[in-house]
Every structure is written in C-alpha cells, then in structure tokens.
Design a protein around this ligand. Structure first.
Ligand SMILES: Cc1cc2nc3c(=O)[nH]c(=O)nc-3n(C[C@H](O)[C@H](O)[C@H](O)COP(=O)(O)OP(=O)(O)OC[C@H]3O[C@@H](n4cnc5c(N)ncnc54)[C@H](O)[C@@H]3O)c2cc1C
Length: 256
C-alpha cells in the first residue's frame, strides 16, 4: 500500500488522499488501475485504486522485439528510443503518461498512435496480439491490467518529428489539466464546438475551459471535481444545442 495525494499526483490537481495498492506480480486485480494520472478526473469518493510497482518499469530487447513494462514513463521510453536509434516512439515527446495508460487510451497525436507499431500486450490473461484487440481513436477494449507490451524495432529515430511534437505541445496550455477534455467528433474539433457554444474561457469556480485552447479543462487553483463536472455537463448541453453534435469525454471520470 502507498498513500497518494491525488491533488498533487494527478495532472489536473484534483482528488483526495487515498491508499493505493501497489501491484508487484502480474495477477488479476479488482481495484481500478491508475497509471501516471494524466488523463484522470477523480471524485472525492473514488473506488479502491491500484498501481503498478517499480518492477514493471523496464525496457529490454528480446527476440528482436522491444519489451516495455506497463509502469515505464513516456520520457524514459523516448530517451531509450533516441539512444538506441529506434523510430516510432517520437510521439512520446511531452506526452505525459506510463506505457499502460498510453496503451489503454491508444494515446497519440493525429495519425501517430501508440498502437501503430504495437505487437502484443501482456495482461493477467497472458499475451494478447494486436489483431485480437479492438482499438480506435483514444479507445481500446482492453479489460485487464497491462503489465508489459512488445513493439517492432525499426532503426532511424527521427529528430525532425520530435521537433514537430515539441512545437505542437509547447502550444498547449501550461495550467493543470488532464489533456483534451472531449474527443474530437468525426470531421470536427471539440475545441471549436466549445468555442462556438460560447464557453471558451468560461469558468465555474476555479475550473475553466481554457482561453487559448477551449478543449482543455484547466484548474485555475483549488478547482474541484464538482466544478469540473458542472462545466463538462454544461459543454455537452450547449454544444448539442448549438451544433446538434454529442460530445464524448476523453478524460476518465473516476467515481464510486
Ligand atoms: C498536458 C497534457 C497533454 C496531453 N496530450 C495528449 C495527447 O496529445 N494525446 C493523447 O493521447 N493524450 C494526451 N494527454 C492525456 C494523457 O497523456 C494520456 O491519456 C496518457 O495515455 C495517460 O497515461 P497515464 O499513465 O497517465 O494514465 P492514467 O491517466 O493514470 O489512466 C488513464 C487510463 O488508463 C488506464 N490505465 C493506466 N495504466 C494502466 C495499466 N497498466 N493497465 C490497464 N489500464 C491502465 C486507467 O485505468 C485509465 O482508464 C495529455 C495529458 C496532459 C496532462
């Protein structure tokens, strides 16, 4: 067990102090799994939580594949790929998360997604090949806990791609957030729809849709779960009224 203050641990800086179970073996876990907490909005009364221990923070090459542990942070994976001249991991530049969270969310940017070069994942049910996993834009149907994954190895780390991701992310808001609040609807942008619904910069208490990037729900300081949820519900309602489009959450709301 580890005591974790979610108001400092999560990127949006909201949540209670909780005891989190630390997983040290690849067994079935009943608790809700958290990774780096970069895509989470946690209520003051969450379900029981667990996270992977340090034993799942690793990278090694086996049978010509790159094996990465589920708890390995994106920055460490990126440094390894750069050092060993392996391409296809450039998208992790300033993409906060652990491998488990990135795979579960199929994290990425535009056409660069973590699933593109994935071979298989290891959960408590054993190794599962990519072809047996349903995945799409910020979505997978993965049920268990991701303990490890394997990727193809291609030489040629691309520094120009790294620069492109860096420039893109440097334009994202610096205030605490959980990344994009809503998924982009097909052929549209959630931020544009929130702006057109008159909610860009709109505040409830200390939470707001960012002035510069309307799809980022930002914490202005001591913002609460309730304030965040009020804004989320308001955006869904207003956007539907103004455009007829339903918005679906990208951030994961965790409550009992
Ligand atoms: C400033 C900022 C910018 C961002 N930009 C992007 C972006 O460009 N593209 C993008 O895709 N995302 C972006 N995000 C969101 C976030 O980086 C990703 O969703 C990332 O994958 C979250 O990883 P995590 O380890 O923090 O997971 P968490 O937030 O802790 O968890 C996310 C989900 O993954 C599940 N999960 C975590 N670990 C495991 C595991 N081992 N096994 C099974 N399930 C697990 C959790 O249960 C939860 O459902 C951004 C976030 C921030 C704060």
């Amino acid at each position: 067990m580890k005591t974790l203050n979610l108001a400092t641990y999560t990127s949006i800086k909201i949540g209670p102090v909780v005891d989190v179970q630390i997983i040290t073996e690849p067994l079935h876990v009943e608790h809700f799994i958290i990774g780096g907490g970069n895509n989470l909005l946690v209520s003051s009364n969450p379900p029981k939580l667990a996270m992977l221990g340090k034993v799942f923070d690793f990278l090694h090459i086996k049978n010509s594949l790159l094996h990465i542990g589920g708890a390995t942070p994106s920055g460490k994976i990126l440094s390894y790929a750069k050092k060993h001249n392996i391409k296809n991991f450039e998208l992790m530049q300033k993409l906060p998360g652990t491998l488990g969270g990135m795979i579960k969310m199929n994290a990425g940017l535009k056409e660069w997604e973590i699933f593109n070069h994935l071979i298989a994942i290891k959960t408590e049910y054993g190794w599962i090949e990519k072809k047996d996993i349903e995945f799409g834009y910020r979505h997978t149907n993965i049920n268990g806990t991701i303990y490890e994954a394997s990727f193809e190895i291609q030489n040629g780390f691309d520094n120009s791609l790294l620069e492109m991701f860096k420039n893109f992310r440097d334009n994202q808001p610096k205030l605490p957030s959980a990344g994009s609040c809503f998924k982009n609807p097909p052929n549209n942008f959630a931020g544009k729809l929130i702006d057109e619904a008159g909610l860009k910069g709109f505040k409830v208490g200390n939470m707001a849709f960012c002035e510069t990037h309307a799809n980022f729900l930002v914490n202005l300081g001591d913002g609460t779960f309730e304030e965040a949820m009020e804004l989320i519900e308001l955006a869904k309602k207003r956007v539907y009224e103004t455009s007829g489009i339903n918005l679906y959450l990208e951030i994961q709301v965790i409550k009992s």
